[in-house]
Design a protein around this ligand. Structure first.
Ligand SMILES: Nc1ncnc2c1ncn2[C@@H]1O[C@H](COP(=O)(O)OP(=O)(O)OP(=O)(O)O)[C@@H](O)[C@H]1O
Length: 253
């Protein structure tokens, strides 16, 4: 379970001076739930997820992940989460299997358990064809699968996934979406960010709409459809924000 309580993150840039990239965000994600954080470029998604994963500290507020406070108990949080980000760095000279073993050892997983888990992950993410090829020779989608494999080797309770399907073809995206669904079935808690509105529609139990650092709404997609009278997430999103104030284009899918 994840509790986000009045989180603020202040940044500075020359053009805007001090500004809040995350501005008083509060919401909860229940155990066994898939929660989609939806918003356009620059909305604050990555910043919020990085704070949740203890990569960055908040300016104000509190986040509790699996019972641990990200500020006072970061070790507990790190053991509980699998964090996937666009910045995930892998060792280019290792193969996917070696990468999983490396991180498995880091988490102190016993050899027999680890080998079984690696076999299962290779199967679930359909990595058979490239599992023993070094990472520098892999395609974007194959590297992304390896990053996901890496973040699940310790079988975490909570998955924090920043744009897990960004730039991937539909087959690779499908494998990753199936993986997210399978983790939910195992009772894991998943939060992921995306700006692919339709993807969220088919996958999420609940969504949070984020715009300019503010969580402007949370709920099931059905409840938001009812509330706004709209039939798809794109229109729901647009109905919540002032169109004249939009300095970005929503993507086509
Ligand atoms: N270290 C930083 N210093 C100053 N500003 C930052 C920093 N990191 C992010 N920002 C700014 O904070 C805002 C939110 O950025 P963030 O990366 O969280 O958005 P996002 O919703 O993940 O966007 P995208 O979909 O493009 O990845 C943006 O205006 C960004 O330029």
């Amino acid at each position: 379970m994840i509790q986000v309580i009045n989180i603020k993150k202040k940044f500075y840039d020359k053009k805007h001076g001090d500004f809040y990239a995350v501005d008083d965000a509060s919401f909860e994600v229940e155990k066994g739930e898939i929660f989609g954080l939806l918003g356009p470029n620059g909305a604050g998604k990555t910043t919020l997820l990085r704070i949740m994963a203890t990569i960055m500290e908040q300016s104000a507020g509190k986040i509790i992940v699996n019972g641990y406070d990200t500020q006072s108990q970061p070790e507990g949080v790190r053991k509980s989460i699998g964090f996937l980000s666009g910045n995930t760095k892998l060792y280019k000279k290792l193969t996917p299997v070696e990468t999983m073993r490396f991180f498995g050892k880091f988490y102190g997983i016993k050899k027999e358990i680890m080998e079984k888990r690696i076999e299962q992950i290779i199967h679930n993410l359909q990595m058979e064809d490239f599992k023993d090829r070094i990472i520098e020779k892999l395609s974007t989608g194959q590297v992304q699968k390896t990053s996901i494999a890496r973040c699940m080797i310790h079988d975490p309770e909570v998955y924090i996934l920043d744009e897990p399907t960004l730039g991937l073809d539909i087959l690779t995206s499908r494998t990753i979406i199936d993986f997210i669904k399978a983790k939910k079935e195992e009772g894991k808690t998943i939060i992921f960010s995306t700006h692919y509105m339709e993807e969220a529609d088919s996958l999420c139990d609940r969504i949070g709409l984020i715009h300019k650092g503010k969580i402007i709404e949370t709920g099931t997609i059905e409840s938001l459809k009812k509330k706004t009278g709209k039939t798809n997430i794109r229109d729901i999103f647009l109905s919540y924000i002032d169109r004249g104030d939009m300095s970005y284009e929503l993507p086509e899918n």
